[in-house]
Design a protein. Structure first.
Length: 629
């Protein structure tokens, strides 16, 4: 197509011009208004009178309100979202800038009542309401505090829980043991949002025999620990305090996550820390520093995405034709090289024989590397590492770390190796499979496989490559797709799986054919693709009803990877990307990333430019270059 190169040039210029002075790209990690709401609540609880910030956050929360008076997780959500509406309502009242009697607040309150009140909100919402005094602690927290003392050799222990859940549950276990709650001076009263005042809130699933059996086994295990019960509780409290303090990042936050830092701060208060303690003040400053300006509004990010953005953009620019000596690439390279980890983190518990060498997601992440950021950073740095012997050690450490993270089942996790203890599914935690464990997933496995095959030079019959490919083939859905855990959702997973399989030498088997057939079957009339966040909730493909640039690029890149010649579907898709490349409608900001199902979705501002550029570059390389004609 004659318009491919001009569009590549346009996107290349946009991405180069948006690079920061430090060589990174700091495009927002934009979620819904949940973090903005929590920030207001935290500031009021701590009696930090940053009225300018609170007013800005109130403005953003109100701007995201649906005309019906409620808040939605994503644009095509059929009704308002109960948890999000509750959080927004609570934060607006806490700000002092809104009153219950305001007409728009009445609409929100009526919706919350209609949907069952506070008891029907999601787990993390109820926990936030509990620690801030709006919801009673259950009589029994699902994890006894002494369980944090169980060593990794026990049948189940805190290091069997995923790192994301662990950094939240450590402070929450402490808070649950103390039944601690804290309110600000002018805390609103949400008691009218409880549907029934006669019964105390509880973890509904605690009545299950499976959970009661697991809890009993945990109690038996903790009882076997040496020491008096009171002494064990004291040791557990000290252990949790040290766990949190030892995992503070340079900005004072806990693992650079807003939510874990929020609960950590409340946990420190329960230990007697003053609201003005330097540890708490620094943590709050770290959270505020995560603020991003989006269309003139302040948004508090759940974390920053600088490393992820920079790795993806630098790689896409190089695939489009920029050399590693181009100034923008050189600056990105210098930034990424500085971000390679040299510290040990929790990952070493399950992977003890490997030196640090991975990359994390956020700018100040120093101890929590992940598989996807490691392979993405190595892709971007590949030309430099290959051409410069001086960088050989850094390359070896990165590739060795990535390979070492492969699970025993052949797939790849996000953060920690072999953290998939099925006993944890008995705990009364919503979406336990995706919160409490860190299993192999098609998207992570496919992307790791693609990198290792294409850039690290590993090919069949290499054992790691074969195991990863076999795992992907075993976990294909019946309809030919793959589920993607960290993107939305089946298009994302299928893209990662197909590009990985193609790079490893699988491009013509029946699994590939079924995947291609599925992708073609869901292509829209306009040539594009689009998938709803409902896919993540229902765990089956749900069409968006229209096309989005990012998901179209994923689908096309997958088809290009396994197609020797450009099919009609590919040509229609490429035409869509070029024709609609400048569009700016509700699909432009539709979430393409997922954090927690039915709770947290992410809009990556640069995704549509990154993946459109990458796809067009791959199309040009495979089908338009004279050497391939």
């Amino acid at each position: 197509m004659q318009h491919v190169q001009p569009e590549i040039n346009r996107l290349t210029a946009i991405l180069q011009n948006s690079q920061g002075k430090d060589g990174s790209w700091h495009d927002p990690f934009e979620t819904n208004i949940v973090v903005d709401a929590y920030m207001i609540i935290l500031l009021r609880v701590l009696e930090i009178d940053d009225e300018k910030l609170i007013q800005s956050l109130v403005k953003r929360i109100e701007s995201k309100r649906d005309p019906s008076g409620v808040w939605k997780l994503f644009a095509d959500e059929k009704e308002g979202n109960l948890s999000l509406t509750t959080e927004a309502y609570y934060a607006l009242l806490y700000s002092g800038l809104k009153k219950k009697e305001d007409p728009d607040m009445r609409k929100a309150r009526r919706f919350i009542h209609e949907k069952g009140g506070l008891k029907q909100t999601k787990m993390f919402t109820r926990l936030m309401l509990t620690v801030t005094g709006q919801y009673k602690w259950p009589l029994l927290f699902p994890i006894p505090i002494e369980a944090v003392l169980l060593p990794p050799t026990f049948f189940v222990n805190m290091f069997d829980i995923s790192i994301y859940a662990r950094v939240h549950f450590m402070p929450l276990v402490l808070l649950g043991e103390k039944k601690f709650q804290v309110k600000g001076v002018n805390a609103p009263d949400l008691s009218d949002l409880h549907q029934s005042r006669s019964s105390d809130p509880e973890w509904e699933e605690m009545r299950s025999n499976d959970y009661r059996s697991l809890f009993s086994r945990l109690q038996t295990s903790t009882a076997a620990l040496i020491g008096l019960p009171s002494k064990l509780k004291s040791l557990a409290v000290d252990s949790i305090e040290q766990y949190m303090l030892n995992r503070l990042e340079p900005d004072g936050t806990l693992y650079n996550y807003f939510s874990s830092t929020f609960f950590m701060i409340i946990a420190f208060l329960s230990l007697g820390y003053s609201k003005k303690d330097p540890v708490i003040i620094k943590a709050v400053e770290g959270l505020i520093a995560m603020a991003s300006n989006i269309d003139g509004q302040v948004h508090i990010q759940h974390t920053t995405a600088n490393v992820w953005n920079t790795a993806l953009i630098s790689y896409a620019l190089q695939e489009s034709g920029l050399s590693s000596s181009t100034p923008s690439i050189k600056k990105a390279t210098a930034y990424l090289r500085k971000k390679q980890h040299v510290k040990y983190g929790d990952w070493v518990i399950h992977n003890p024989d490997i030196a640090p060498g991975g990359w994390g997601f956020s700018d100040l992440n120093t101890i929590n590397p992940d598989v996807d950021d490691t392979s993405a950073s190595l892709r971007a740095l590949h030309p430099v590492f290959v051409s410069s012997p001086a960088h050989h050690d850094s390359w070896e450490r990165g590739v060795t770390f990535l390979l070492s993270m492969q699970n025993d089942d052949g797939g790849f996790p996000a953060f920690e190796k072999n953290v998939d203890n099925q006993l944890l599914s008995m705990l009364p935690v919503e979406e336990a499979k995706y919160i409490l464990t860190d299993p192999s997933t098609p998207d992570l496995t496919g992307r790791a496989l693609e990198f290792l095959s294409k850039y690290a030079g590993l090919q069949m019959p290499n054992r790691s490559i074969k195991k990863a490919a076999d795992w992907l083939l075993l976990h294909q859905e019946e309809n030919g797709s793959w589920y993607g855990r960290w993107g939305v959702c089946y298009i994302y997973g299928t893209w990662a799986a197909l590009t990985g399989l193609a790079a490893s030498g699988h491009s013509t088997n029946s699994a590939i054919s079924r995947a291609v057939k599925w992708l073609k079957s869901i292509q829209n009339q306009d040539g594009g693709w689009g998938e709803s966040c409902y896919s993540d909730i229902t765990k089956k493909y749900v069409p968006l009803g229209t096309s989005s640039l990012t998901q179209t690029a994923w689908a096309l890149d997958a088809l290009i990877a396994v197609s020797a010649k450009p099919s009609a579907s590919i040509e229609k898709g490429i035409a869509y990307l070029i024709r609609e490349g400048k569009k700016n409608d509700w699909t432009t900001s539709y979430p393409a990333g997922q954090g927690l199902a039915n709770f947290l979705y992410i809009h990556y501002h640069s995704y549509q430019n990154i993946f459109t550029l990458l796809t067009l570059a791959h199309y040009r390389e495979k089908y338009l270059n004279s050497s391939n004609n």
